[in-house]
Write a protein that binds this ligand. Sequence first.
Ligand code: GLC
Ligand code: CA
Length: 596
Amino acid sequence: MHWTRKTAIIAAALLLATFVSKAVAQSSQPEVSKEKNWWRNAVFYEIYPRSFADSNNDGIGDLKGITAHLDYLKELGVDAIWLTPCYPSPQVDFGYDISDYEAIDPKYGTMADFDHLVAEAGKRHIRVLMDMVMNHTSDKHKWFLQSRLSKDNPYRDWYMWHDGQGETATDKGQVPNNWQSDFGHSAWEWDDKTRQYYYHKFYIQQPDLNWNNPKVHQAFKDILAFWLKKGVAGFRFDAITTLFEDPQMRDEDVLHDKNGQPFKNAYGDTALNDTRTNNLPEVHTVMAEMRQEADKFSTDKYPGSRVFIGETYLPNVAELLKQYGTFEHPEFQLPMDTQLGFINKLDVVTFRARLEDAEDDLGNNVPLIIFDNHDNPRLDARYGDGVHDTDIERVISTILFASRGASLFYYGDEIGMKTTPPTRKEDVKDPVGITGWPKEKGRDGERTPMQWTPGPNAGFDDAKAKPWLPVPPSAATINVQMEQGSPASLLTWYEELIRLKKTNRAFFEGSDTMLDTENTKVLSWKREAAGAPPVVVALNFTAEPQTVNLVGPGLPDGALNTLLKTPGGPSTTSLKAIQLGPYGVYIGQLQFMISH
Ligand code: GLC
Ligand code: CA
């Protein structure tokens, strides 16, 4: 942490609490997962169940497939898995259109399979988090089926119904306003039976719930309790900033390009701002209420805290800070820092600024670092150059695990899976790609089957079934089997970084201070904790070799013990001359303690 005045005051106020929690943390290493605050330095792994492992060979991954690979996740060092939705669903948006929140989709298995997964994961100190979609349901959910029956149905006001503009008995008129779906075109869908429009921020089959209705709040508190009683460790809240809309229904503003002209987005629609339909302040009240409910489960029967992760795409760190809530009314422990993870360009200055934001401007909260998920092209497509992709993925994963905070990554990133989008419109499965083709090819490219082996179907199934998405040709060389135990593989790199994060004091409790801050080619920082020599991390963001001198205030010259460096990269022995190959990484620890 940077010792700005603000953080110093907060730290002083919490000195006693910190002291006590550190003492506990030390005595119980390495079983971090039993701690109440197990999530503070945790490694989270996102699983897209449909694509992870197919146990019954129907081409679709399932819960038993996940259970069969828990030893792999334990070996990797994962503390918790987040499952994207595996509830019953018509699968229009592959599970994000939920038709029953308290069951398992038969495609993925049974409730017994789920309980077994949680139990087996628990034996390996791996916790399970569910995905919670509160903005919308499927149009096949019983609430919506009721809601659309009549204007006086008790479920009518569970959703967002509105008259059209200029509507008459025979004419549906115009949509209520210009609001658009994130998945393209108007966010309003006409329903002929009751002659009104309903609002959907996402797909037509995903009607938005009305969060001004207290019954909706209670329904979700019950759903959370249902899963918490089953022993889940928390939730990742989907599209959480979209729960509320402007009650006055004002139009969104049109976005203009640099010549002052309105422009079209990939769907061919006029691009709009989203200030009327996104990140309205009422969301905080809902999250504080949900958190209060979940915190009731932090008891002897349910050891450790229940953790709330937020899908929080926000414009700046001040908005991110609000997602943590307050001491009296906590919200998320870990809202995603998408400002850092989706820079999508290897630019040292921007990375340094965002890491400083996370260190200085989140108070005493823990950042959640994340670079990838099931909605964005994988790392190769956003950060790679096609030549040094593996080395660049080492750079990114070092930021992920060697910065202060919790880390979240997406299945397959640890082996370097490549984005493999469909090449023909008729092969597209994702509604985003169906609407947006060819400009927007959708998200199939980052959801291809996990690559376990170089064999048929990459070991995703027995190779008799056709996987729901094709296995990328790169599976021949990028797969778990070939990378496991290979010293130079990306998988080994992930394992080693995670081991450092868990076992090196500077990593599991150290502050984070940027070094060499004028450098535009190499990003460097220091991790430092009381009672341990500081650790330095240096990352080359260029394709040319670089050397950096990190001697400076609080860091006298001295010999270094190398903790980790890019395989085959140049050797470093002193802080004065850290050598880095193209996109090279160096992590080293001083051989002596620094007295401050
Ligand atoms: C979130 C999910 C995405 C889904 C959308 C609608 O952004 O991550 O996959 O399509 O919400 O639920
Ligand atoms: Ca299956």
